[in-house]
Design a protein around this ligand. Structure first.
Ligand code: ADP
Ligand code: ZN
Length: 598
């Protein structure tokens, strides 16, 4: 699953920090206030003679005597002060003021008890507050009881078992041994079995890796301690490693147990990539993980399962014996597997008589377990919304369109010109899609805006494609470029809407050259982006890529040119009804006779 932007400080700590910052600001204001009051505003220094003169002329609001300092506030607000060290002189001057009935106030320069206290307290309080903040933040990072790692107890209420994971039989079989081990680590050791310590579940998102790990823990009746790889990144320097230590301390306390690290690639990337402090910190975190794994006691009964969809970028030290030495691939399920997954998720749902899970499974190639769960959920919502008794085909169709093409954008109106341009663009995709021999059958075309797209052409494979031939990839590229070809030939313009098509086409072409060795450059492989590679090679890859793109663009233009009439019929249909199904599309292209004509 896509992880959100890393937060530097987790939410729960934010409120603490807000309160603490408030306190700090308050203290600073208080200190300033006190300092301000001890240093009076503009004060004129005068000598004793001038002071006496002021007392005599009488335009004085008050005289304040603070030990040797005599402060006069004039009627106009001016403040003057004189230092009079001689006690006799001072008495004499005060006498002048008293004689003229001017208020005289005696106060000691020694600060009041309160301000003394505050002067001492402020630095102390400031440190206390700072200390509190640091303590809270670090205590949290270090992992207090709960809140830090996600602990799911074996006997948790919504516990999942192997029953709830379908279509991944090989992975389940691989984990069976782990379950045996967790159930009785001692016995496992006696029989001479080598304890499985680390298992790496690799596969695309939503295929049930988390679910599998959780189910394995449950089957063994062991606690499940789960943590996300990315949560080690967002902390302060050095805290990632401390967090790893805490995780394992907690796990040792709970053992036998399962530690699950989701998206381990976030912390397990190749070390020593960058010189910045962030990657140095990450290296340190990863080192700590390696140290902890090496320190595993044979009898401790801890199993650490990690998931990733990028096993290729992991540091090779992670996959060494004794660490994550077992990699279990969790792949997208085939049609039969999808049917099994649908069965799991259809358990509590009411399906119409005619709704066959086999039919849904066949129409959803490439869907992950999460997609299938989502499909049934969306279908159930659609059925509830239109007041149906049970989920029917149309609800499933609707849900599939929503997942494949994005939700329809309500209230988004395209003007007629835009609709027409979109219809021509989509008709171009359809025309090329129908003309190529190795493409997937066209299922639907629509000019109702969905998600970010203005229109969509849906091509669904009839079966799961395990092998992608060069011809198939070329046809895909041609079809992606069909939209632009139609714009160019039939509208004599270009729209920015084709940018996503072009991006995808170029991506496929570049893979054909740089990964699949399907170009005149022969079997080359560029490997990982960080691997060294020469500019000359990169240039040749780019040039071979554009050769493929140009050849397929030429093909797309030829198809569009030859199919002008059929495209015009399709555009008309789209302008009329927004969405056309496979049958109607075939009729426009003369591949099938219309019902009336027959
Ligand atoms: P991953 O960890 O591979 O990204 P998850 O285990 O988080 O995938 O799967 C997300 C959800 O999708 C699960 O909670 C479950 O509802 C559903 N799901 C995924 N794979 C399967 C499966 N093989 N069988 C049943 N449900 C699945
Ligand atoms: Zn397009």
């Amino acid at each position: 699953m896509p992880s959100p932007l890393p937060r530097l400080i987790p939410h729960s700590q934010k409120s603490v920090i807000v309160i603490a910052s408030g306190l700090l600001i308050l203290l600073i204001v208080a200190s300033l206030f006190i300092i301000y009051h001890r240093r009076q505003p503009v004060v004129h220094d005068i000598n004793s003679t001038e002071l006496r003169a002021l007392g005599e002329n009488g335009r004085v609001a008050s005289l304040k005597v603070e030990d040797e300092t005599l402060i006069v506030t004039g009627q106009d607000g001016t403040i003057s002060q004189a230092i009079v060290t001689n006690a006799a002189t001072q008495n004499e001057i005060i006498g002048v003021f008293v004689k003229n009935n001017l208020p005289v106030e005696f106060s000691s320069l020694k600060p009041s008890a309160f301000s003394t206290a505050m002067t001492w307290m402020i630095p102390f309080l400031t440190f206390a507050v700072l200390g509190f903040v640091i303590w809270r933040v670090y205590a949290h990072v270090g992992g207090g009881r709960g809140g830090d790692f996600n602990l799911v107890d074996a006997n948790g209420k919504q516990s999942v078992g192997f029953m709830d994971v379908a279509g991944v039989d090989e992975a389940k079989a691989e984990l069976a041994e782990t379950i045996e081990f967790l159930k009785d680590p001692e016995k496992f050791g006696r029989l001479g079995g080598r304890a499985p310590r680390g298992i790496l579940l690799s596969g695309p998102p939503g295929t049930g890796k988390t679910l599998l790990a959780r189910a394995a823990a449950n089957e063994a009746g062991a606690p499940f301690l789960s943590v996300s790889g990315s949560s080690f990144q967002e902390k302060f320097a050095g805290m990632g490693a401390a967090r790893v230590r805490r995780l394992f301390t907690e796990a040792r306390r709970l053992s036998p147990c399962v530690i699950f690290i989701d998206e381990i690639d976030a912390l397990g990337r190749q070390r020593g990539r960058g010189n910045d402090s962030a990657s140095a910190d990450q290296d340190q975190t990863l080192n700590q993980l390696l140290v902890e794994m090496d320190g595993f006691d044979q009898h401790s009964g801890m199993v650490i399962i990690a998931s990733t969809n990028r096993p290729d970028i992991l540091d090779s030290a992670l996959t060494r014996p004794g660490r994550f030495d077992r990699e279990v691939a969790v792949n997208l399920a085939d049609a039969h597997g999808r049917e099994e997954i649908l069965k799991v998720h259809a358990r509590g749902l009411k399906l119409e008589e005619g709704l066959d899970l086999v039919w849904i499974a066949r129409g959803t190639p490439g869907f992950s377990g999460a997609d299938l769960a989502n499909l049934l959920n969306e279908a159930a919502i659609a059925a509830t919304r239109d007041g149906s008794e049970a989920i029917g085909r149309k609800h499933v169709e609707y849900a599939r369109d929503k997942i494949l093409m994005g939700a329809e954008r309500q209230g988004f109106m395209m003007d007629e010109d835009e609709r027409y341009a979109t219809a021509v663009h989509e008709a171009g995709h359809v025309a090329v899609g129908l003309a190529v021999k190795n493409g997937d059958p066209i299922h639907k075309v629509s000019i109702l805006p969905r998600g970010r797209a203005l229109g969509v052409t849906q091509a669904l494979p009839e079966r799961d494609r395990l092998m992608k031939k060069r011809e198939y990839l070329e046809d895909q590229i041609a079809m992606l470029l069909g939209g632009r070809a139609a714009e160019q030939l039939l509208l004599d313009t270009m729209t920015a809407g084709a940018s996503n098509d072009i991006e995808r086409a170029v991506e496929i072409a570049r893979k054909m050259v740089a990964e699949f060795g399907m170009s005149p450059l022969g079997p080359i492989h560029l490997g990982k982006p960080e691997d060294p590679r020469s500019q000359a090679l990169l240039d040749r890859v780019e040039s071979a890529t554009s050769d493929i793109i140009n050849a397929q663009m030429k093909r797309a233009l030829e198809v569009v040119d030859a199919e002008r009439e059929s495209i015009a019929r399709l555009v008309e249909g789209l302008m009329d009804r927004d969405t056309l199904e496979a049958d109607e599309i075939q009729i426009c292209f003369g591949l099938k006779k219309s019902a009336q004509a027959a």
